[in-house]
Design a protein around this ligand. Structure first.
Ligand code: SF4
Ligand code: MG
Length: 335
Protein backbone atom coordinates (compact mmCIF):
# COMPACT_ATOMS: atom_id res chain seq x y z
CA UNK A 1 0.00 0.00 0.00
CA UNK A 2 1.10 3.54 -0.65
CA UNK A 3 2.46 5.18 2.52
CA UNK A 4 0.16 7.74 4.12
CA UNK A 5 3.16 9.90 4.92
CA UNK A 6 6.53 10.00 3.24
CA UNK A 7 9.35 12.10 4.62
CA UNK A 8 12.46 12.42 2.50
CA UNK A 9 15.74 14.11 3.46
CA UNK A 10 13.91 16.38 5.89
CA UNK A 11 15.98 19.23 7.33
CA UNK A 12 15.20 21.99 9.81
CA UNK A 13 17.86 24.46 10.82
CA UNK A 14 17.00 27.33 13.13
CA UNK A 15 19.27 30.28 12.40
CA UNK A 16 21.12 31.88 15.31
CA UNK A 17 21.48 35.61 14.80
CA UNK A 18 23.50 38.29 16.52
CA UNK A 19 23.13 42.04 16.95
CA UNK A 20 20.58 44.50 15.67
CA UNK A 21 21.17 43.51 12.06
CA UNK A 22 20.40 39.91 13.02
CA UNK A 23 23.50 38.66 11.27
CA UNK A 24 23.40 34.88 11.13
CA UNK A 25 26.26 33.38 13.12
CA UNK A 26 25.20 29.76 13.13
CA UNK A 27 22.27 27.38 13.16
CA UNK A 28 20.68 24.80 15.38
CA UNK A 29 20.69 21.59 13.35
CA UNK A 30 17.42 20.37 14.87
CA UNK A 31 16.53 17.89 12.12
CA UNK A 32 19.31 17.04 9.73
CA UNK A 33 18.22 14.86 6.83
CA UNK A 34 15.76 12.20 7.92
CA UNK A 35 13.85 9.80 5.68
CA UNK A 36 11.00 7.50 6.69
CA UNK A 37 7.45 6.64 5.79
CA UNK A 38 4.31 5.84 7.74
CA UNK A 39 1.89 3.24 6.43
CA UNK A 40 -1.86 3.55 6.77
CA UNK A 41 -3.08 2.18 10.10
CA UNK A 42 0.31 1.73 11.74
CA UNK A 43 1.92 3.34 14.76
CA UNK A 44 5.43 4.64 14.26
CA UNK A 45 7.14 5.29 17.58
CA UNK A 46 9.87 7.96 17.53
CA UNK A 47 12.23 7.92 20.47
CA UNK A 48 15.29 9.87 21.57
CA UNK A 49 16.65 12.12 24.32
CA UNK A 50 15.64 15.76 24.50
CA UNK A 51 17.34 17.78 21.77
CA UNK A 52 17.34 14.89 19.27
CA UNK A 53 14.86 16.72 17.02
CA UNK A 54 11.83 14.49 17.53
CA UNK A 55 9.46 17.32 18.46
CA UNK A 56 10.71 19.45 15.59
CA UNK A 57 10.08 16.49 13.29
CA UNK A 58 6.48 16.34 14.57
CA UNK A 59 5.99 20.02 13.93
CA UNK A 60 7.40 19.71 10.41
CA UNK A 61 5.07 16.84 9.58
CA UNK A 62 2.05 18.78 10.88
CA UNK A 63 3.46 21.81 9.05
CA UNK A 64 3.42 23.96 12.16
CA UNK A 65 6.98 24.55 10.89
CA UNK A 66 8.27 24.87 7.34
CA UNK A 67 11.23 22.64 6.47
CA UNK A 68 14.61 24.11 5.52
CA UNK A 69 15.10 21.23 3.09
CA UNK A 70 13.66 17.92 2.00
CA UNK A 71 10.03 16.98 1.51
CA UNK A 72 6.94 15.93 3.43
CA UNK A 73 4.45 14.03 1.29
CA UNK A 74 0.95 13.31 2.58
CA UNK A 75 -1.12 10.89 0.51
CA UNK A 76 1.37 11.30 -2.30
CA UNK A 77 1.20 15.08 -2.33
CA UNK A 78 4.13 17.34 -1.44
CA UNK A 79 2.96 19.59 1.42
CA UNK A 80 6.43 20.87 2.43
CA UNK A 81 5.83 24.45 1.42
CA UNK A 82 2.06 24.87 1.40
CA UNK A 83 0.92 28.18 2.87
CA UNK A 84 -1.85 28.70 5.41
CA UNK A 85 -4.52 28.51 2.73
CA UNK A 86 -3.12 25.39 1.16
CA UNK A 87 -2.81 23.68 4.53
CA UNK A 88 -6.34 24.54 5.70
CA UNK A 89 -8.09 21.48 4.24
CA UNK A 90 -5.23 19.29 5.50
CA UNK A 91 -5.64 20.57 9.08
CA UNK A 92 -8.56 18.16 9.34
CA UNK A 93 -6.50 15.19 8.21
CA UNK A 94 -3.36 15.79 10.27
CA UNK A 95 -3.78 16.49 13.97
CA UNK A 96 -1.42 16.88 16.90
CA UNK A 97 -1.71 15.88 20.54
CA UNK A 98 0.60 17.85 22.80
CA UNK A 99 2.66 16.87 25.79
CA UNK A 100 1.22 19.17 28.39
CA UNK A 101 -2.52 18.77 28.97
CA UNK A 102 -2.31 21.69 31.41
CA UNK A 103 -1.10 24.40 29.09
CA UNK A 104 -2.66 23.17 25.86
CA UNK A 105 -6.23 23.68 27.11
CA UNK A 106 -7.51 27.23 27.60
CA UNK A 107 -8.46 27.43 31.32
CA UNK A 108 -11.25 29.96 30.64
CA UNK A 109 -13.06 27.75 28.15
CA UNK A 110 -15.43 24.90 28.95
CA UNK A 111 -14.77 21.44 27.65
CA UNK A 112 -17.66 21.96 25.25
CA UNK A 113 -15.98 25.05 23.79
CA UNK A 114 -12.56 23.38 23.61
CA UNK A 115 -13.64 20.13 21.98
CA UNK A 116 -16.22 21.90 19.81
CA UNK A 117 -13.74 24.49 18.50
CA UNK A 118 -12.58 22.45 15.50
CA UNK A 119 -16.18 22.11 14.29
CA UNK A 120 -16.86 25.82 14.69
CA UNK A 121 -13.56 26.78 13.00
CA UNK A 122 -14.29 24.63 10.00
CA UNK A 123 -17.93 25.73 10.00
CA UNK A 124 -19.00 22.23 9.14
CA UNK A 125 -21.57 21.45 11.82
CA UNK A 126 -24.62 23.53 12.67
CA UNK A 127 -24.34 24.84 16.25
CA UNK A 128 -27.05 22.50 17.53
CA UNK A 129 -25.05 19.55 16.28
CA UNK A 130 -21.80 20.66 17.91
CA UNK A 131 -22.96 19.79 21.43
CA UNK A 132 -24.02 16.35 20.27
CA UNK A 133 -20.65 15.79 18.60
CA UNK A 134 -18.77 16.97 21.70
CA UNK A 135 -20.74 14.60 23.91
CA UNK A 136 -20.10 11.73 21.53
CA UNK A 137 -16.36 12.48 21.58
CA UNK A 138 -16.25 12.75 25.39
CA UNK A 139 -17.86 9.31 25.61
CA UNK A 140 -15.38 7.97 23.07
CA UNK A 141 -12.37 9.00 25.20
CA UNK A 142 -13.90 7.67 28.41
CA UNK A 143 -15.17 10.92 29.93
CA UNK A 144 -18.67 11.67 31.15
CA UNK A 145 -20.57 13.29 28.24
CA UNK A 146 -22.55 15.35 30.76
CA UNK A 147 -19.36 17.18 31.81
CA UNK A 148 -19.14 19.31 28.68
CA UNK A 149 -19.91 22.43 30.73
CA UNK A 150 -16.99 21.97 33.10
CA UNK A 151 -13.62 23.73 32.98
CA UNK A 152 -10.19 22.09 32.55
CA UNK A 153 -9.19 22.65 36.22
CA UNK A 154 -12.08 20.43 37.31
CA UNK A 155 -10.38 17.43 35.68
CA UNK A 156 -7.33 15.38 36.62
CA UNK A 157 -4.20 15.37 34.44
CA UNK A 158 -5.16 12.13 32.74
CA UNK A 159 -8.69 13.40 32.08
CA UNK A 160 -7.28 16.61 30.62
CA UNK A 161 -5.16 14.62 28.22
CA UNK A 162 -8.34 12.75 27.24
CA UNK A 163 -9.91 16.14 26.47
CA UNK A 164 -6.90 16.95 24.28
CA UNK A 165 -7.33 13.63 22.50
CA UNK A 166 -11.06 14.27 21.95
CA UNK A 167 -10.23 17.66 20.43
CA UNK A 168 -7.62 16.11 18.12
CA UNK A 169 -10.05 13.44 16.94
CA UNK A 170 -13.00 15.81 16.41
CA UNK A 171 -12.58 16.11 12.67
CA UNK A 172 -11.77 12.44 12.02
CA UNK A 173 -8.11 12.91 11.14
CA UNK A 174 -6.15 10.34 9.18
CA UNK A 175 -2.80 10.99 10.84
CA UNK A 176 -2.29 11.89 14.50
CA UNK A 177 1.08 13.01 15.82
CA UNK A 178 1.26 12.65 19.60
CA UNK A 179 4.25 14.52 21.05
CA UNK A 180 5.10 12.89 24.38
CA UNK A 181 1.40 12.45 25.14
CA UNK A 182 1.91 10.97 28.61
CA UNK A 183 5.25 12.37 29.83
CA UNK A 184 3.51 14.98 31.99
CA UNK A 185 1.19 12.42 33.61
CA UNK A 186 1.56 10.21 36.69
CA UNK A 187 3.29 6.96 35.82
CA UNK A 188 0.24 5.11 37.18
CA UNK A 189 -2.05 6.52 34.48
CA UNK A 190 0.40 6.66 31.55
CA UNK A 191 -0.52 3.16 30.41
CA UNK A 192 -4.24 3.98 30.52
CA UNK A 193 -3.85 6.92 28.16
CA UNK A 194 -1.53 5.04 25.80
CA UNK A 195 -3.98 2.12 25.74
CA UNK A 196 -6.82 4.53 25.01
CA UNK A 197 -4.87 5.82 21.99
CA UNK A 198 -4.34 2.23 20.89
CA UNK A 199 -8.06 1.35 21.22
CA UNK A 200 -9.10 4.49 19.35
CA UNK A 201 -6.71 3.61 16.55
CA UNK A 202 -8.48 0.32 15.89
CA UNK A 203 -11.91 1.85 16.29
CA UNK A 204 -11.33 4.85 14.04
CA UNK A 205 -8.72 3.54 11.62
CA UNK A 206 -6.12 6.10 12.71
CA UNK A 207 -2.45 6.26 11.81
CA UNK A 208 -0.08 7.45 14.54
CA UNK A 209 3.33 8.90 15.07
CA UNK A 210 3.95 8.71 18.82
CA UNK A 211 6.97 10.63 20.08
CA UNK A 212 8.60 9.65 23.39
CA UNK A 213 11.87 10.23 25.25
CA UNK A 214 12.29 6.60 26.22
CA UNK A 215 11.08 3.22 25.09
CA UNK A 216 9.11 2.21 28.18
CA UNK A 217 5.83 3.90 27.30
CA UNK A 218 5.63 3.28 23.57
CA UNK A 219 7.10 -0.20 23.36
CA UNK A 220 3.73 -1.97 23.47
CA UNK A 221 1.83 0.15 20.98
CA UNK A 222 4.41 0.84 18.26
CA UNK A 223 4.46 -1.29 15.13
CA UNK A 224 7.79 0.21 14.07
CA UNK A 225 10.21 2.39 15.99
CA UNK A 226 12.60 5.10 14.79
CA UNK A 227 15.46 5.97 17.14
CA UNK A 228 16.73 9.54 16.77
CA UNK A 229 20.01 11.08 17.91
CA UNK A 230 21.05 14.69 17.29
CA UNK A 231 18.79 15.34 14.32
CA UNK A 232 19.29 11.95 12.65
CA UNK A 233 17.49 8.63 12.58
CA UNK A 234 20.07 6.08 13.71
CA UNK A 235 17.89 2.97 13.63
CA UNK A 236 14.47 2.14 12.18
CA UNK A 237 12.74 -1.21 12.28
CA UNK A 238 9.75 -3.14 13.56
CA UNK A 239 9.26 -3.37 17.31
CA UNK A 240 10.18 -7.05 17.55
CA UNK A 241 13.54 -6.64 15.81
CA UNK A 242 14.39 -3.52 17.78
CA UNK A 243 13.97 -5.38 21.06
CA UNK A 244 15.44 -8.71 20.03
CA UNK A 245 18.36 -7.53 17.88
CA UNK A 246 19.13 -3.84 18.28
CA UNK A 247 21.93 -3.01 15.83
CA UNK A 248 22.91 0.51 16.93
CA UNK A 249 24.90 1.01 20.14
CA UNK A 250 22.67 3.95 21.09
CA UNK A 251 19.53 1.81 20.78
CA UNK A 252 21.20 -0.79 23.00
CA UNK A 253 21.84 1.86 25.62
CA UNK A 254 18.23 3.10 25.45
CA UNK A 255 16.93 -0.46 25.77
CA UNK A 256 19.13 -1.14 28.76
CA UNK A 257 17.32 1.70 30.57
CA UNK A 258 13.84 0.19 30.11
CA UNK A 259 12.74 -1.40 33.38
CA UNK A 260 12.39 -5.17 33.14
CA UNK A 261 9.57 -6.42 35.36
CA UNK A 262 10.82 -10.01 35.48
CA UNK A 263 13.74 -10.18 37.98
CA UNK A 264 15.26 -13.27 36.34
CA UNK A 265 15.60 -11.39 33.06
CA UNK A 266 16.71 -8.23 34.84
CA UNK A 267 19.87 -9.92 36.03
CA UNK A 268 20.87 -10.79 32.47
CA UNK A 269 20.51 -7.32 31.07
CA UNK A 270 23.28 -4.96 31.89
CA UNK A 271 22.54 -1.29 32.22
CA UNK A 272 24.63 0.73 29.76
CA UNK A 273 25.37 4.18 31.10
CA UNK A 274 26.29 6.62 28.38
CA UNK A 275 29.13 8.95 29.16
CA UNK A 276 28.63 12.69 28.87
CA UNK A 277 25.68 14.69 27.62
CA UNK A 278 24.14 14.99 24.18
CA UNK A 279 26.48 17.36 22.28
CA UNK A 280 25.13 20.71 21.09
CA UNK A 281 23.07 20.58 17.90
CA UNK A 282 24.72 23.89 16.94
CA UNK A 283 27.99 22.15 16.08
CA UNK A 284 27.33 18.41 15.94
CA UNK A 285 30.35 16.07 16.14
CA UNK A 286 32.05 15.08 12.87
CA UNK A 287 31.42 11.69 11.27
CA UNK A 288 29.01 9.72 13.40
CA UNK A 289 27.32 12.15 15.76
CA UNK A 290 27.25 9.51 18.46
CA UNK A 291 31.02 8.97 18.46
CA UNK A 292 31.68 11.20 21.50
CA UNK A 293 29.61 8.84 23.66
CA UNK A 294 30.05 5.52 21.91
CA UNK A 295 32.19 2.80 23.48
CA UNK A 296 32.86 1.31 20.03
CA UNK A 297 33.97 4.44 18.22
CA UNK A 298 36.97 4.13 15.90
CA UNK A 299 38.79 6.42 13.50
CA UNK A 300 36.27 5.87 10.70
CA UNK A 301 33.44 6.86 13.07
CA UNK A 302 35.08 10.21 13.78
CA UNK A 303 35.68 10.83 10.09
CA UNK A 304 32.79 9.44 8.02
CA UNK A 305 29.12 9.87 8.64
CA UNK A 306 27.37 6.47 8.61
CA UNK A 307 24.39 6.28 6.26
CA UNK A 308 21.07 4.74 7.32
CA UNK A 309 21.10 1.42 5.44
CA UNK A 310 18.96 -1.72 5.51
CA UNK A 311 21.25 -4.39 6.99
CA UNK A 312 18.39 -6.86 6.76
CA UNK A 313 14.98 -6.51 5.16
CA UNK A 314 13.05 -3.86 7.09
CA UNK A 315 15.88 -3.14 9.53
CA UNK A 316 17.80 0.07 8.88
CA UNK A 317 20.75 1.28 10.91
CA UNK A 318 23.35 4.04 10.59
CA UNK A 319 26.54 2.65 12.13
CA UNK A 320 30.00 1.58 10.97
CA UNK A 321 30.17 -1.21 13.56
CA UNK A 322 26.63 -2.43 14.09
CA UNK A 323 26.04 -4.75 17.04
CA UNK A 324 25.14 -7.92 15.22
CA UNK A 325 28.07 -7.68 12.84
CA UNK A 326 30.40 -7.12 15.78
CA UNK A 327 29.24 -10.31 17.48
CA UNK A 328 29.26 -12.44 14.34
CA UNK A 329 32.66 -11.20 13.23
CA UNK A 330 34.44 -10.92 16.58
CA UNK A 331 37.58 -12.44 15.06
CA UNK A 332 37.97 -9.68 12.50
CA UNK A 333 37.63 -6.83 14.96
CA UNK A 334 41.15 -5.65 14.18
CA UNK A 335 40.53 -5.40 10.45
FE1 SF4 B 1 29.50 4.03 17.53
FE2 SF4 B 1 30.92 4.23 15.29
FE3 SF4 B 1 28.53 3.11 15.21
FE4 SF4 B 1 28.74 5.71 15.58
S1 SF4 B 1 29.34 4.60 13.75
S2 SF4 B 1 27.44 4.35 16.70
S3 SF4 B 1 30.61 5.84 16.83
S4 SF4 B 1 30.34 2.35 16.31
MG1 MG C 1 -2.03 -0.18 17.35
Amino acid sequence: ARPLLRVEGLVKHFPITKGLLRRQVGAVHAVDGITFDVRPGETLGVVGESGCGKSTMGRLVTRLLEPTGGTVEFEGRDISHLGVGGMRPLRRDIQMIFQDPYSSLNPRHTVGTIVGAPFRLQGITPEGGVKKEVQRLLGLVGLNPEHYNRYPHEFSGGQRQRIGIARALALKPKLVIADEPVSALDVSIQAQVVNLLDDLQDELGLTYIIIAHDLSVIRHVSDRIAVMYLGKIVELTDRGSLYSTPLHPYTKALLSAVPVPDPRRRAKRERILLKGDVPSPISPPSGCRFHTRCWKATEVCRRDEPVLTALRPGHQVACHHPEEAAEAGAGEAAA
